[in-house]
Design a protein around this ligand. Structure first.
Ligand code: IMP
Ligand code: MG
Length: 332
């Protein structure tokens, strides 16, 4: 803080939602800006309830936090309204007038294209919506009556808040290995997912950013097709406690051990200044619920040290359980 970008270091599902909700409560956060689109589900445990948010920023857990959806996003209107209701944030959320709209027809196109199906897309229609945006025939938020009460100028609000030294968080989606530019093309999503793209989608220039926080999970997962280095079988994943089902689509995730080469590349492209490591307790069960670094097992400490050594950045936040506060916070 004051202005932090949160980006995914692998193939999405690193636990960005949990980290964002922790920061929102802890800092406390003044402004949280969601980028990306409805294909990403950010899982947040709050007050004993589980949320899988596709549109509303994860900072909603902080009652005083203003929530924004940036101009570079594709807004799924029905999902947005449903989540605004579910989270009760109607009077503190805004949508940029220029954000483009993802329509039902885009989802139909996504699901009926053999090519896109072969890539294992989520079926939300994000690729076709981006195609339409680029063709310059897309509907924008300002053309959508249901969004009228929410319309705002997100770059203006964001840059004003930053100028006043407020705590601002830019919430990225997916991970660098699903980036259209830097990922495992063609098995990628329809947008760049790097920290630079997150800034761009929110309308914040690179010089305004204080920290790029990259989120890694203690093991790697991916949904859909495409390469996953070191992939293990479903049976092995179940045995290790790494088997996951996607929050957004209900699909089974593939898994693999933490890969230092991928992590190094992710840190480089994102210009990451610090890392968060989630689900340490899934790899080292004895670490569950621990909130002090010194209380970790020797093996777990060694793993974190190795990540820091190889990537060259400090691991400031370490997740040891699902609740927002199940975290080791090593920041001053
Ligand atoms: P699309 O983004 O729906 O076009 O899907 C393209 C690829 O990105 C597929 O492999 C999806 O499974 C993957 N993908 C998209 N969004 C997410 C996400 O939020 N988490 C993990 N994978 C995702
Ligand atoms: Mg997810």
């Amino acid at each position: 803080m004051p202005c932090t970008v949160v980006a995914g270091g692998f193939w999405g599902d690193e636990g960005k939602g949990k980290i964002i909700s922790y920061l929102a409560l802890k800092e406390p956060l003044d402004l949280c800006i969601r980028t990306g689109s409805v294909n990403a589900a950010h899982t947040i445990w709050h007050g004993g309830k589980r949320y899988a948010l596709h549109m509303v920023p994860g900072g909603f857990v902080q009652q005083k936090c203003r929530l924004l959806v940036g101009p570079g996003t594709n807004i799924h209107v029905a999902k947005f309204l449903e989540e605004v209701d579910e989270t009760g944030v109607k009077n503190r959320i805004g949508v940029d007038s220029q954000a483009s709209i993802i329509e039902e027809k885009h989802s139909v196109q996504d699901k009926s294209s053999a090519h896109l199906k072969g890539l294992g897309t989520t079926g939300w229609g994000v690729g076709p919506a981006i195609e339409e945006h680029v063709r310059r025939t897309a509907k924008l938020a300002k053309d959508t009556p249901e969004l009228k009460p929410y319309l705002t100028d997100v770059p203006e609000e964001a840059n004003n808040a930053i100028a006043k030294g407020r705590n601002v968080l830019l919430e990225g989606t997916q991970g660098i290995m699903l980036s259209l530019f830097y990922g495992t093309y063609p098995f990628v999503t329809g947008r760049d997912t790097s920290a630079s793209a997150i800034c761009s989608e929110a309308g914040v220039g690179p010089k305004r950013i204080d920290d790029v926080l990259i989120v890694f999970k203690a093991f790697m997962t991916r949904v859909g097709t495409g390469p996953l280095p070191g992939e293990i079988s479903k049976e092995e994943a179940q045995k290790r406690g790494w088997f996951e089902i996607a929050a957004g689509t209900g699909r089974e995730r593939r898994s693999a051990p933490f890969n230092f080469e991928v992590a190094k590349k992710a840190v480089m492209i994102n210009g990451a200044t610090q890392a968060a490591i989630t689900k340490l307790d899934c790899v080292y069960p004895e670490c569950k619920g621990i909130r002090k670094f010194d209380h970790l097992s020797r093996e777990a400490k060694h793993f974190i040290d190795e990540i820091e050594k190889q990537t060259g950045i400090p691991a400031m936040l370490i997740g040891t359980g699902p609740e927002a506060l199940d975290i080791i916070d090593r920041r001053k």
